[in-house]
Design a protein around this ligand. Structure first.
Ligand code: GLN
Ligand code: ZN
Length: 771
């Protein structure tokens, strides 16, 4: 049979067993033994699934209590001094991950950041200038011993040395991380030697940075490192995934490793380049089962791709998942309530293992060997291609009929500004919040009762209205200028809209690890998106009916809905985003018709959608801006459009942020001490900005003077007439006590600033804004 393998299997367990065990361990409800047992159970279960699907190699080393990059740091002895110098144990591990463990004092955790362009987050390695590395192989080698008892060939998985270095950060002043290779390589060599003593044939070294634009020094380092590592008697399978190898194609192919894995799901067109450079004796592991999306493999199409490859490469061709299956939910069999049609179009991690087996069989023995399976696969594929539930001709027509006028406001900002200001009559330094207010247990159980049918819509509405009323009362008492309704009807900012839009499906158990014990259940966009009914108008109108102050309408933007869902693979992301944008555009227009003057369209995932290769950025940014404007531009000049983004890197995308042409943008800045406003200053950002004045992730209450100071600092970069005052992000994770105290200080700070600048006459203020 053609060799099959996966690049890693989800570690959370079929029913999120890992999450529950780890969280109980943190709370002290179970001890380390019980935790270890749960881990062992999950690993065994994962291997069982791989054996059932006749995978040639079992993946080992992909299991993790929290994150596999953190595991690599422990494996290599990269433990910052503040965590102590003793041998790292599970408590050290969790303290590094989250600053807290059952044993040991609370401590400043290591940084966490996004894993390439996925929604998975890893713990950033911290390097010192003379970083010492040392093998702590306990976890890896005991898992290998565990797997060996199953008497199947195993393939340990390690993060490769260059990707590991690339992903880490030097805490002191910057130095060239490549200088650390001299100390790092001996540890990798030691690991490989130990593996070969165990008679292991293949080891998987992940080098995902090969799909990035690498500096020449790093490309050269690849040659030296793998020259060095090939001396071990192991076969190294070098894996790349998430994109096109582009400039690194020849390099990746020619490195002295026994095998190379390439992602042909994301970029099938790189096959020709790869074949051109692949040495005659090298294994090619073809990633053709999608590790990042939930669609069932189209066997006919895949076999058409694989057959000529198989003819050329014979047993040098392996079949694999495109990347680790970590980014997929575990098992479709656990979806009981999912619509049967939709379910027949899907495949989760376990099903993907089976897909590899069928593909392998068909390649080796011919289609007839899997005739029944092939037929069934074909009919599911056809049903998906032709389903009336997917293809809505009116939606498609509407997308085709988008005109350039639809993505432009009627007049430029400087003109709109006057109309909006005259209408809204807001003070200097207007105050607002980002949208959500504390999600109390009461609110959560209320939504739960409604969803499970325990209460009907009328009594649900009545109770939510009560929440809105209390949120409005509190904001009036705090004397905030632009109010929000509080988002108490929303469990999640994407799920809420997905549930009301056509073209979305939801799973019961489709969990995917986001970081540590946190899992998310992304909606599935399966069909053309349209809006059968208004989504927010009733709530916003109710809130507005309670006050004469403006209440912001609150929507999630098209790019964020796209990025945080499993998306269609049968049309471009841009096409899907346009459909979402059109649905939002209708909502915007209904909000305006109901009397809303300010509408905020959140795009926290705007930056997240950036492609890995900078050469692809322009296209993405153009399309993302287009979709935001399609959603937001169908309103009169008097309507003030806000957007919100919560991260602190704008330098490289600032001109696209400007192109959004939102009247007001609120952003996260407090943690970066307003430094990021420099990007807005240099760009001469003309519209209004609300730089977040306090960090909502922390329970700490900001003082009045600290907020005043931050705003004064902000005014170094941005004219005071452009400044709004607001927190960094939504307040749903905080409690009311903290929230009220913090907002009280925020409003007092705004008033203090107004007093200070009141003495200036309007001309002076205007001068200030230009100087
Ligand atoms: N309006 C959302 C909220 O306040 C924004 C959340 C976000 O930026 N992630 O919760
Ligand atoms: Zn935010």
């Amino acid at each position: 049979m053609v060799t099959t393998h996966n690049l890693g299997f989800p570690r959370i367990g079929t029913k999120r067993e890992l999450k529950f065990a780890v969280e109980r361990f943190w709370k002290g409800e179970i001890d380390q033994n019980a935790l270890e047992l749960q881990g062992k159970w999950i690993r065994t279960d994962n291997w069982k699934k791989q054996i059932e699907a006749q995978q040639t190699y079992l993946s080992v080393g992909d299991f993790s209590w929290y994150d596999h990059v953190l595991d690599t740091s422990i494996l290599l002895g990269v433990i910052p001094e503040r965590f102590g110098t003793h041998e790292p144990d599970i408590h050290t591990y969790f303290r590094m991950a989250r600053g807290r463990a059952p044993i040991g004092e609370d401590i400043h955790a290591c940084e966490m950041t996004k894993w390439f362009d996925t929604n998975y987050h890893y713990i950033v390695p911290e390097f010192q200038r003379n970083q010492h590395f040392q093998l702590n192989g306990h976890k890896l080698f005991s898992e290998i011993a565990e797997a060996e008892q199953l008497r199947k060939p195993i393939k340990p998985i390690l993060l490769g040395p260059l990707s590991y270095l690339w992903l880490g950060k030097s805490k002191q002043n910057d130095f060239d991380k490549l200088l650390l290779l001299d100390n790092l390589l001996p540890v990798y060599t030691k690991i490989l030697n130990k593996l070969s003593e165990l008679n292991i044939e293949w080891v998987q070294l992940d080098e995902p940075i090969l799909v990035l634009d690498l500096p020449i020094q790093w490309q050269n380092a690849f040659k030296n490192v793998y020259q060095h590592l090939q001396k071990s008697h192991l076969n190294i399978l070098l894996t790349t995934y998430f994109g096109h190898l582009k400039n690194n194609t020849q390099l990746a192919c020619e490195l002295p490793t026994a095998g190379l894995h390439v992602d042909f799901v994301r970029t099938p067109d790189q096959i020709e380049n790869v074949l051109q450079y692949l040495p005659k004796d090298k294994i090619l592991s073809a990633g053709i089962v999608d590790g990042r999306n939930i669609w069932r493999n189209d066997f006919r199409k895949t076999l058409k791709f694989l057959r000529p490859l198989h003819q050329i490469l014979k047993n040098r061709l392996w079949i694999a998942s495109s990347c680790s299956l970590l980014h997929c939910p575990v098992d479709l069999d656990h979806e009981i309530k999912l619509d049967a049609d939709i379910k027949s179009w899907l495949s989760f991690a376990k099903q993907k293992l089976a897909e590899m087996h069928f593909l392998s069989t068909a390649l080796e023995l011919g289609d007839s060997a899997i005739e029944k399976v092939l037929k069934e696969n074909e009919s599911a594929t056809t049903s998906r291609q032709q389903s009336k539930r997917i293809h809505q001709s009116d939606v498609k027509k509407r997308c085709q009929a988008i005109t350039p006028e639809m993505i432009k406001r009627k007049n430029p900002y400087f003109y709109r500004k006057k109309i909006q200001h005259a209408l809204l009559q807001l003070p200097l330094f207007p105050t607002t919040t980002i949208g959500s207010f504390p999600q109390t247990q009461d609110i959560r159980s209320l939504r739960h009762q409604y969803k499970s049918g325990k209460i009907d819509f009328n009594s649900y509405r009545e109770k939510i209205c009560h929440e809105i009323e209390s949120a409005i009362d509190k904001q009036i008492a705090l004397d905030i200028d632009v109010l929000v309704h509080g988002e108490s009807e929303r469990n999640d900012m994407v799920e809420y809209f997905g549930e009301l839009l056509d073209g979305f499906a939801f799973t019961e158990n489709g969990w995917v690890q986001s970081y540590g014990s946190r899992c998310v259940k992304p909606p599935i966009i399966f069909g053309d998106v349209s809006r059968p009914t208004q989504m927010t108008v009733d709530w916003i109108s109710y809130a507005q009916s309670l006050t004469t102050k403006p209440v912001k309408g609150m929507l999630t933007g098209p790019i964020t809905i796209l990025c945080w869902s499993f998306v269609r693979d049968d049309q471009s992301r841009f096409e899907t985003a346009k459909q979402i944008a059109l649905a939002l555009r209708d909502e915007v227009s209904d909000l305006v018709a109901a009397g809303t003057q300010i509408i905020q369209i959140d795009e926290p995932a705007f930056r997240e959608g950036l492609p890995l290769h900078t050469s692809d950025w322009d296209d993405y940014l153009r399309e993302a801006v287009y979709c935001f404007r399609l959603a937001s531009s169908g309103v009169d000049d008097a309507i003030q459009i806000h957007t919100h983004m919560c991260y602190s890197e704008f330098n490289d995308i600032i001109s696209s942020i400007g192109d959004l042409d939102a009247d007001v943008i609120t952003i996260e800045t407090s943690r970066s001490d307003m430094e990021l406003l420099k990007a807005f200053e240099q760009y001469k950002y003309p519209n209004e900005i609300g730089p977040g004045v306090y960090d909502i992730h922390s329970p700490r209450i900001p003082t009045v003077s600290e907020i005043v100071k931050l705003i004064e600092k902000a005014s170094d970069s941005i004219s005071i007439q452009q400044l709004w005052i607001n927190p960094d992000c939504g307040l749903k994770t905080r409690d009311w006590k903290e929230t009220e105290s913090a907002l009280k200080n925020m409003v007092t700070a705004a008033k203090r600033l107004r007093d200070k600048y009141k003495s200036l006459n309007p001309n002076d203020v205007a001068l200030l804004s230009t100087g």
